[in-house]
Write a protein that binds this ligand. Structure first.
Ligand SMILES: Cc1cc2nc3c(=O)[nH]c(=O)nc-3n(C[C@H](O)[C@H](O)[C@H](O)COP(=O)(O)OP(=O)(O)OC[C@H]3O[C@@H](n4cnc5c(N)ncnc54)[C@H](O)[C@@H]3O)c2cc1C
Length: 429
């Protein structure tokens, strides 16, 4: 039996945010699409589980870095998904120093109200210089030391880098930070997804299924056949059986090293994983009987070394916690020292920051390392979305796409979908 080219489905490996966004875009154009998800649940690092009545993210903090105006929100609107995004207030966040808090609606606001703490003229000089920058090599840390001695501004940048880009100033490149600042100016600060990460994943699943797509859970991609430089067949394991099917397109959101090991028929291609440099982190979710932040923005505790940021999503959607309780999520970059030592440091800082904090109130402590990172590659780095193997595309946070976190995942999905739609149409004609 031969299969006509236009009836072979495009296969999406991984039912996380990247895979589902791509599947939705392909289904929107009427392309037969099959999503394979290894686990019984969809969403990957962008969904939530119920723990003791609280909605705890498998990864993400229920937030989109650029809220209702960013690339992910634009894609959500383009697909017509029923998802509400509550822009954080304050948009920029709250900077908490040992002796004072700065409530900042935007960067310039932070500078104005932070006068004294943030040395106004210096901040204006540095921010203006960064925003005008077109090219610069090296890390933000090195650049900053060469251009400014404003310690509090460095702390503010460090908190922002850790929370928004998943790494400290020592690791983030100047241009990644500059591009992030430009994105903040263009789209605004973060927003919380009402219904959480899981709400978005449910909506994407509904969209894919209603538009002709197929989703198989507990279906793990195991082999990819490449013939004459082109994807020709995939094999997956489902329900204790192995199945193979011909396809012209594979869009992968699974970890690139595993994918590389699945390729048959050609020499393993080093370029498929070149550029990966995973970022690791720790998340502590705890509850309180009353709101401790009282706003939906990010708290940056700049006088403390072991917590990069804290959010209280129940201020945007009380459904994240049982009635009458607040859910707080603290995040910190996982450095080279062991996770246990860092968790202890986080708990000690949380006790200082919130007198109400108690270990018994911790709902979950999650460590993201090894094959479950915060991002597979830093923002502004990573593998190419289009591989040299025809028909093989990558999406997700391993890909060097613009923007950060879910915004970058959305951008990579848009790019992959454009390529597949074009190639699919060419094959058919
Ligand atoms: C602690 C933490 C906090 C974060 N906070 C935020 C935030 O607040 N906002 C934000 O925008 N982003 C945040 N992120 C980043 C965001 O979660 C990720 O960028 C995003 O979820 C990546 O989506 P993905 O689809 O690329 O990958 P994944 O979510 O990893 O999806 C890959 C999927 O592939 C499946 N899979 C693996 N192997 C196979 C196989 N062989 N066959 C079939 N399926 C397979 C996996 O089970 C998984 O479902 C955070 C991440 C972490 C870890």
């Amino acid at each position: 039996m031969t299969t006509r080219p236009d009836t072979k489905p495009a296969v999406i490996a991984g039912g996380g945010l990247g895979g589902l966004f791509t599947a939705a875009l392909l289904c929107q154009k009427g392309i037969p699409t099959l999503v394979l998800e290894r686990l019984s649940a969809l969403g990957g690092r962008f969904t939530s589980k119920h723990v003791k009545g609280f909605q705890i993210g498998t990864g993400a903090l229920h937030a989109l870095p650029h809220g209702s105006r960013g690339p992910a929100a634009q894609l959500i609107r383009q697909l017509g998904l029923h998802i509400e995004i509550a822009d954080c207030v304050p948009r920029c966040g709250v900077l908490r120093f040992r002796d004072r808090e700065i409530y900042a609606a935007d960067v310039m606001d932070a500078i104005k109200v932070g006068n004294g703490l943030l040395e106004q003229a210096e901040v204006v000089k540095i921010v203006t210089c960064l925003l005008r920058m077109k090219r610069c090599e090296g890390t933000l840390h090195d650049w900053f030391l060469a251009h400014s001695g404003c310690e509090n501004l460095y702390r503010a940048f460090n908190g922002l880098c850790a929370f928004a880009l998943g790494m400290s100033c020592r690791r983030v490149s100047v241009m990644a930070f500059v591009n992030f600042m430009k994105d903040v100016r263009r789209f605004g600060g973060p927003g919380l997804i009402r219904g959480g990460c899981k709400g978005l994943v449910h909506e994407l699943e509904r969209y894919v299924l209603c538009n002709g797509g197929t989703i198989l859970r507990e279906a793990a991609l195991t082999h990819v056949r490449v013939t004459r430089g082109k994807v020709s067949e995939i094999t997956f394991a489902v329900g204790g059986q192995t199945r193979s099917m011909p396809t012209d397109f594979l869009v992968s959101s699974i970890d690139p090293a595993s994918l590389r090991g699945m390729i048959d028929g050609e020499e393993p291609d080093e370029s498929l994983t070149h550029g990966l440099d995973p970022l690791y982190g720790i998340k502590v979710s705890f509850w309180s009987e009353r709101p401790l932040l009282g706003h939906s923005g990010v708290l940056f505790p700049l006088g403390w070394d072991n917590v990069s940021g804290v959010v209280e999503p129940t201020n945007a959607d009380p459904a994240f916690a049982p009635a009458g309780k607040s859910l707080l999520i603290a995040y910190h970059v996982l450095e080279s020292k062991g996770a246990n030592a860092q968790i202890e440091g986080m708990l000690s800082d949380l006790s200082e920051l919130f007198p109400e904090f108690a270990r018994e109130r911790i709902v979950a402590t999650q460590v993201y390392s090894g094959r479950y990172p915060v991002n597979w590659a830093p923002t502004g780095e990573g593998i190419a979305g289009n591989s040299q193997i025809r028909g093989l595309h990558f999406v997700g946070d391993a890909v060097n796409a613009p923007h950060t976190m879910a915004e970058r995942v959305a951008a990579s999905a848009q790019d992959a979908a454009v390529c597949v739609i074009r190639e699919y149409t060419e094959n058919r004609n």
